[in-house]
Design a protein around this ligand. Structure first.
Ligand SMILES: Cc1cc2nc3c(=O)[nH]c(=O)nc-3n(C[C@H](O)[C@H](O)[C@H](O)COP(=O)(O)O)c2cc1C
Length: 193
């Protein structure tokens, strides 16, 4: 089985969740670990699923970037509540190229680009109002100009080597299918929940 088939299955599950009315079906929990084994997780937006992996974007100052620079292993969990389905993926990340970052940056609205430029992930700020003031300053600075790619804009490709598809039973057994990548081949196994 090829990765693309498994990725298509994830895309279909997300599509179905959106059709059922979910607003946040593209959000996924990303767990990372530092080099000394300190684990941390948070939600990120799944920007795209391509043939080569799952793409997400973040800030260079964030804890995930620090963790992933020390240890590229990561785990993702997608919970699709309306279908009672879960996808869990274990794998590694690689950084997107400058050109890839630029391409995704240019697809963001101007407002989102400006908001991104204002964020300094994890840094202390005095009040929430400071974000708005910084936003307005940048808005004036880049009036009638394209906003250059923020230096802290940073995309990753997550490449799974293990995927679990979990269908939570209601009045029936839950069903779990596991896929492990072995020498370029995805091996399928039905797993007891
Ligand atoms: C629905 C949702 C979507 C989010 N999407 C992103 C995202 O795409 N990228 C990102 O860096 N943070 C995103 N965040 C914020 C992160 O969850 C997190 O708080 C922030 O990135 C700091 O991460 P850190 O713990 O790695 O420092 C999102 C939060 C929520 C609730």
């Amino acid at each position: 089985m090829e990765s693309i088939i498994l990725f298509e299955k994830i895309k279909n599950w997300i599509r179905k969740e959106k059709e059922l009315g979910s607003q946040e079906a593209g959000s996924i929990v990303l767990a990372t670990a530092s080099s000394n084994g300190q684990v941390h997780s948070r939600v990120v937006a799944l920007r795209e699923i391509t043939e080569s992996g799952l793409l997400f974007f973040t800030q260079k100052g964030s804890r995930k970037v620090k963790d992933l620079s020390e240890n590229p292993s990561a785990s993702m969990t997608l919970w699709l509540a309306l279908q009672r389905r879960e996808v869990v993926l274990d794998g590694v990340v690689e950084l997107l190229s400058h050109d890839e970052n630029r391409l995704y940056w240019e697809s963001l609205s101007r407002e989102r680009q400006l908001r991104f430029c204002v964020y300094k992930s994890g840094e202390r700020i005095e009040t929430f109002n400071h974000l708005q003031l910084d936003y307005e300053t940048l808005e004036k600075k880049y009036q009638d100009q394209n906003i250059p790619v923020s230096e802290s804009y940073c995309g990753y490709r997550f490449i799974p080597s293990r995927i679990y598809f979990y269908c939570l039973g209601q009045d029936s057994f839950s069903q779990v299918t596991q896929y492990i990548l072995n020498d370029g081949v995805w091996e399928e196994a039905i797993i007891s929940p």
